[in-house]
Design a protein around this ligand. Structure first.
Ligand SMILES: [Zn+2]
Length: 261
């Protein structure tokens, strides 16, 4: 067992037994980890009050080599993100992004998820209107790409033939991206990806997360992109568990009643 001090972001936390919490962190040095924070539910606990959702800080982690639950010895919060909880739209989008990190993330990822999610949440915290969903969607695709699952969009995912940018194509989640007409005929499943939606995806994947992204034009475009992203995540995570935060983010656009966070 050794202790590591690393930049970290709180992605998820839940109560454990009478006085502790289990916290899931995206970290720079250790990747996505689960830690137990003992005694943090006591009102006197300094650490407990700094472990709010989406807070950045320095985590002092006692690493257990043989277990996947480590111990959080301390957490020095450096940046809370109350602006995410202040807006239901931002909070739902941030929760969907956190779920994506937790589902895809792993230990010892070289800090890529921590760097990407921190940057996306900072941009999301200042977004308004349709930019909220747009920032979250573009950030989610950047995360997917950072983790190594970038979809093929400008050439066929199967035969690598170039795809003219003005063509509608078939997007096959299983094949990992867009298909040319010949490969699309041989592939089962897949959905049509219009040329403008493909251009948007290419722009998101080529952009820096912090760069300005042009907001999607309406809720219908947001819904179509959310569905495409969810299906892609489901295909490549493949463990069959529902993406609860992601689905609740999607349903919010349909006006379904939801409780405040
Ligand atoms: Zn092809």
């Amino acid at each position: 067992m050794h202790q590591v001090a690393t930049d970290a972001l709180v992605l998820h936390a839940f109560d454990y037994r009478e006085s502790s919490r289990i916290v899931r962190l995206a970290t720079h040095d250790l990747g996505i980890i689960s830690v137990i924070a003992r005694g943090t539910r006591s009102p006197k606990s300094k650490m407990g009050s700094s472990l709010d959702l989406f807070t950045s800080g320095v985590a002092h982690v006692r690493v257990h080599a043989t277990r996947d639950l480590h111990t959080l010895a301390g957490f020095d919060g450096t940046r809370g993100r109350p602006e995410l909880a202040a807006s239901l739209a931002r909070f739902r989008a941030a929760s969907a992004l956190a779920e994506l990190c937790l589902r895809f993330g792993r230990e010892d990822d070289g800090g890529i998820v921590h760097a990407a999610i921190t940057q996306v949440l900072d941009v999301l915290g200042a977004a308004e209107g349709l930019a909220v969903a747009t920032v979250a969607l573009s950030g989610a695709w950047r995360l997917v790409a950072e983790i190594g699952f970038a979809p093929s969009l400008t050439e066929c995912a199967s035969c690598h033939a170039p795809l003219p940018p003005t063509d509608a194509v078939t997007f096959s989640h299983r094949a990992g991206g867009a298909l040319c007409a010949t490969c699309a005929r041989q592939a089962r499943g897949g959905r049509t990806l219009p040329a403008d939606a493909r251009r948007t995806l290419v722009a998101w994947l080529e952009s820096d997360i912090a760069a300005d992204v042009a907001p999607l034009e309406n809720d219908a475009a947001v819904r179509a992109h959310q569905r495409l992203l969810r299906e892609f995540i489901e295909e490549h995570v493949g463990d069959g568990r529902p993406l609860r935060a992601f689905v609740s983010w999607e349903e919010a656009l349909y006006g379904a009643p939801v409780a405040a966070p």
